[in-house]
Design a protein around this ligand. Structure first.
Ligand SMILES: Nc1ncnc2c1ncn2[C@@H]1O[C@H](COP(=O)(O)OP(=O)(O)OP(=O)(O)O)[C@@H](O)[C@H]1O
Ligand SMILES: [Mg+2]
Length: 461
């Protein structure tokens, strides 16, 4: 399943709106219960006052003239019917309705302490107040029990109105906050969208720096991008230079081949023709070497060689390369030997490219170092978890002013007549560095020495 990534805008909206929605919902519910509690208190107080009025009215007027009008007014304004019952101490009905809602069983009757409870009267929910008070009047001095109960329709309606008002207010708040967030996010993301448009306008051959003022949070992204652009520009320039240089290097030997071949065609005798053909062969050899080196250089600079890394024995690999050069060394009367106390020395790397690097260095030693006679010593040892392969010749060495240049691509000492393309050492250096190693060159008039250092293979690395 594809991993779907939410857009920045949706993320921002989600992290703001969802918590807000939760807060608003909790707030509405809390407000509802709070209103319920408060309205209950108000209604209970009212009921208490009504009970007091009724009691005094009933007792003082001897149960006859109750302020019916007052009750009617209250009923109208509260939207709830009010019922009452007043009984004297002998439990004879003094005034009001019979069968008031029964007191809950567990209620403890104490004088002057009204008891409020919920009940059902004539199939309707009612709120009841019961109280017991002492009345001193001429007619009935003594203790009086009074029940007053009230339907709850008006109260519920009021509560519903309050709650729906609160809900509507909350919803309006939520909506307006949502709109503010939406526009805020649009506004906040504008610089990013503009940056995106600016990048979209670019093409592969337009990787100039993007110059625009962006908010602080985006500026590091932009500077990383510009940094990448500048690295790309550098890499492209290097590639262009490399191609131009390669074409230039190839042009001369190919032109040579052409002219020698034409001359060979024109030669009058077999001897001069042979000599021209020999020149053609030499130039072809040089071209072939150059193309081979160009291919290798291209390969190693792509860094993909790391994918073919495996555990390899450097002793065996060096021996194989030396065997390849044995005949040539013999022809030049150069002694070429491997000095290694270790029988095996493992490193993590590419067999092909490490061989090529060593090959290039020994080729140089035979070509420019120990040219005729002399010796090339190849020593291999392990030092502090690093394999050290030193290739030393006893030639004339490299001119001190040229030493800093020998690792440059296409650098070749023009005074030395050879097939050199100037890529041997740069290839070797890149290969060794891809193996997390170092290639160190030391050279003086007594000879040149190249020191290859590669970390030893460790299981699990
Ligand atoms: N052992 C050495 N002794 C003296 N000079 C050396 C030695 N190794 C390298 N050089 C100098 O360094 C230059 C660069 O060497 P490099 O191997 O990179 O290129 P090249 O040999 O000219 O060409 P290529 O190896 O690509 O065919 C050589 O032209 C040579 O002048
Ligand atoms: Mg070389």
């Amino acid at each position: 399943m594809q991993n779907k990534v939410l857009s920045l805008r949706s993320r921002l909206l989600f992290v703001i709106i969802i918590p807000l929605l939760i807060i608003v919902s909790i707030g509405t519910v809390a407000l509802y219960f709070d209103s319920q509690k408060k309205s209950q208190e108000i209604y209970d107080n009212l009921l208490h006052t009504i009970s007091q009025v009724i009691m005094r009215d009933a007792v003082l007027r001897d149960g006859d003239l109750l302020t019916e009008q007052l009750l009617e007014t209250l009923t109208d304004s509260l939207n709830d019917q009010i019922f009452y019952q007043v009984k004297d101490e002998t439990n004879t009905l003094f005034v009001g309705y019979s069968n008031p809602p029964l007191l809950p069983k567990e209620s403890e009757i104490k004088p002057y302490q009204p008891i409020f409870y919920d009940s059902i009267y004539r199939d309707q929910d009612v709120r009841v107040i019961f109280s017991r008070e002492f009345i001193s009047s001429k007619e009935i001095p003594g203790w009086v029990n009074i029940y007053v109960w009230q339907t709850r329709l008006g109260q519920r309606q009021l509560l519903l109105e309050l709650a729906s008002d609160a809900f509507v207010t909350m919803m309006i708040m939520l909506l307006s906050t949502g709109l503010c967030v939406w526009f805020g996010v649009q506004f906040g993301l504008k610089p990013l969208l503009e940056l995106q448009a600016a990048i979209r306008k670019r093409s592969a051959d337009d990787i100039r720096e993007i110059k625009r003022t962006v908010p602080r949070e985006v500026s590091s992204l932009l500077s990383s991008m510009n940094n990448l652009f500048s690295q790309l520009r550098k890499a492209f320039t290097e590639k262009d230079d490399f191609i131009a240089n390669a074409a230039h290097q190839l042009r001369n030997p190919i032109a040579g081949i052409q002219s020698q071949a034409e001359a060979a065609e024109r030669s009058k005798d077999l001897k001069s023709m042979r000599s021209r053909v020999k020149d053609v062969a030499e130039a072809a050899k040089k071209t072939s070497r150059l193309t081979q080196q160009l291919l290798s250089m291209e390969h190693v600079s792509q860094r993909s060689i790391k994918s073919e890394f495996k555990k390899i024995d450097l002793v065996k690999l060096t021996q194989e390369v030396l065997t390849k050069f044995a005949l040539r060394a013999d022809k030049q009367s150069v002694s070429l030997s491997l000095d290694s106390k270790k029988e095996q020395l493992f490193v993590q790397g590419s067999e092909t490219f490490l061989s090529e690097a060593i090959d290039n260095i020994i080729d140089n030693a035979l070509l420019y170092g120990s040219t005729n006679g002399g010796s090339i010593i190849v020593s291999l040892k392990e030092k502090n978890d690093v394999a050290e392969l030193i290739i030393s010749d006893d030639g004339k060495g490299i001119k001190p002013e040229l030493i800093p240049k020998v690792f440059d691509r296409f650098f070749h000492d023009s005074e030395l007549n050879s097939y050199g393309s100037g890529l041997g050492l740069p290839i070797a250096k890149t290969v060794i560095e891809l193996h997390d190693g170092n290639l160190i060159l030391t050279s003086n008039e007594k000879g040149t020495s190249l020191n290859i250092q590669i970390p030893i293979f460790k299981s699990g690395s």
